[in-house]
Ligand binder design. Structure first.
Ligand SMILES: [Zn+2]
Ligand SMILES: [Zn+2]
Length: 357
């Protein structure tokens, strides 16, 4: 099917117009479906903490917000139109969109399938521009998205798709480092923090075959941690709880975005152990070199994943029946969901029903 030329794609979304403004209906035009594009009728959009930071312009120094802002980079929906050259998708397929929608396709990062590190900077799904660096991008709090098929993900899961949307960011953010550090049977993995990221981390690490411990400041989360599949739950407020675990972990994934000391966790790593940070606390950490030198330990970071690995993660989650635990809301409740997400009062991700089903 070939789209009518240059008429564009009329889209209805929800935008905020300033850091303190409420979300309001917002109509805009996406590009017409080109030869390599697909049109996705969006069913669900997850609420990621980075949506909130950008809606409130809290990253004004590094990524200032361009208003009106339509956030949303955890998108799932159904393909309703395809361009003439499209080969990966057909009409009716379920498709997802994550944090970026295009990249230069020529640099070493792009060629190695790590488009998130494109040297020309990938085109972010919202609060960015297309690679022409002119056309503003609007995210998934909307009813349609037009995207090049090479930057859309195939979703094999059927049935309720609400829990699939958060895989596009929270899922790949945790899957990629677990995979990179060879988590699997016989490995002991610690997940620090049980929120949107942590709950995906425990599900994925368990499905990979590891023995999983959740570290949390909230004793009240123990039942949930066990229900999600964690083998052990450790309350971190009392250092005495950590002492017996010294040197016992192969890998620790730190998902906490509040200020905290990472040194106690480095002490829990065994020989050649690795700790990976995916949360972004406001203040820097101070790490003593000896914490890493003794035991040849690694401290690393991780940023989402490229398209091939994101597809691999979605296929892995479909195979193991992994979705995110979500609370589905109507678009009229975005502000309430933001407030509750900031207070960590959600189990474990809000997902907006965009109504296209
Ligand atoms: Zn995100
Ligand atoms: Zn590139």
């Amino acid at each position: 099917m070939i789209a009518a030329e240059s008429t564009g794609t009329a889209t209805k979304g929800f935008a905020t117009h300033s850091p303190d403004a409420k979300f309001e209906p917002f109509e805009f035009t996406r590009r017409a479906v080109g030869p390599h594009d697909i049109l996705i009728d969006i069913e669900y959009a997850g609420i990621c903490h980075s949506d909130i930071h950008q809606a409130k312009n809290e990253w004004k120094d590094s990524m200032p917000t361009s208003y009106p802002l339509v956030p949303g980079h955890e998108i799932v929906g159904r393909v309703s139109q395809i361009g003439g050259e499209v080969t990966k998708f057909k009409v009716g397929d379920i498709a997802g969109i994550g944090c970026f929608i295009d990249s230069c396709r020529e640099c070493a990062s792009c060629k190695s399938g790590q488009e998130q590190f494109c040297v020309k900077q990938a085109a972010y799904t919202y609060n960015g521009t297309e690679m022409d660096r002119v056309t503003k991008t609007y995210g998934g709090y909307s009813n349609k998205y037009v995207i090049d098929e090479n930057y859309a993900l195939k979703v094999k899961a059927e049935g309720d798709l609400s829990g699939v949307a958060p895989l596009m960011c929270a899922g790949i953010t945790t899957y990629s480092p677990l995979k990179r550090f060879n988590v699997g049977p016989g490995k002991k993995v610690g997940i620090v923090g049980l929120g949107g990221l942590g709950h995906m981390g425990v599900k994925i690490a368990k499905a990979m075959g590891a023995e999983v411990t959740i570290f949390s400041t909230s004793p009240s989360k123990e039942a949930d941690a066990k229900a999600l599949g964690a083998d052990h739950f450790v309350v971190t407020k009392d250092p005495a709880n950590l002492a017996p675990l010294t040197g016992t972990f192969n890998m620790i994934l730190d998902t906490v975005s509040a200020d905290h000391d990472v040194n106690p966790y480095l002490n829990l790593l065994g020989l050649n152990g690795a700790m990976v940070v995916v949360g972004v606390p406001p203040s820097p950490n101070t790490i003593h070199a000896l914490s890493l030198i003794f035991g040849n330990k690694t401290l690393s970071g991780s940023l989402i994943g490229g398209i091939p690995e994101t597809q691999e993660m979605l296929d892995f989650c479909a195979e193991h029946n992994i979705t995110s635990d979500v609370e589905v809301i109507d678009p009229s409740r975005i502000e309430e969901a933001y407030d509750r997400t900031v207070k960590a009062d959600v189990r474990y991700r809000f997902v907006i029903d965009m109504g296209a089903d």
